[in-house]
Design a protein around this ligand. Sequence first.
Ligand code: ADP
Ligand code: MG
Length: 246
Amino acid sequence: MSEVALSCRSVRKSFVTGNGPVLALDNLNVDLLADTFTAIVGPSGCGKSTLLHIIAGLDSDYLGELEWHTDNSRIGYLFQQPRLLPWMNIAQNVAFVLEPRGHSRSEATETAMQYLKLVGLEGFEQSYPTQLSGGMQQRAAMARALAMEPEVMLMDEPLGSLDELTARRMRAELLRLFEDRPRTVLFITHNVTEAAFLADQVIVMSGRPGRVTAQIPVDLPKPRDYDDPRIAAIAHEIVRNLHLDE
Ligand code: ADP
Ligand code: MG
């Protein structure tokens, strides 16, 4: 059993809007295990991105406690949108986050090339973001987040904009990457099969205000087969816990 890397206790978050307060998260309790891949699945608008913002330290306006038991000074964050800098080519977009971390320019470029290759963008290093499709931009953003080799990696629906064939390849790469070098990962997805395929544990959230309705371990050996009936069975269990018919 892995150690707890982060405990979220009784997290409650409301937004003030023109139509009054919106309660996004209410009494949310989550444990992230160290060096473990945790997927979060929940209906749209249930507060998943809000939770990621809070964990990343981008939003401190909430109630409840976050207790870190691991080094959280290096958190990688992959947003739903790629957020690349348009005036840099994609190799520069990846390399520029490495130089302030003590890499020389040539080391940073070499590392950038490795990670761009990993996400299938070999040959596009000199392209600018606007010259690439949305899915390619998202893969470049993933290379940038992975290249920082953060201890804690937060990923917000990173494969949602990819075509299914590319997404399958990326899922297999991610599984292999985190198997080779385990990290504490929190991965949001609305794809239940993707969650079952990638994760060591799946957290299912209710509709807004988001709470945890189930925590499902995935004890299948890796590498995994996306079409394995055991993955489908876990995906089915996730769906049952989403209570879509209520
Ligand atoms: P999810 O990522 O699960 O789709 P979000 O965390 O983005 O959901 O949003 C949860 C709820 O909080 C939604 O009802 C959304 O409209 C609301 N919300 C999110 N951000 C803001 C904001 N900045 N201001 C007001 N309401 C917000
Ligand atoms: Mg979201």
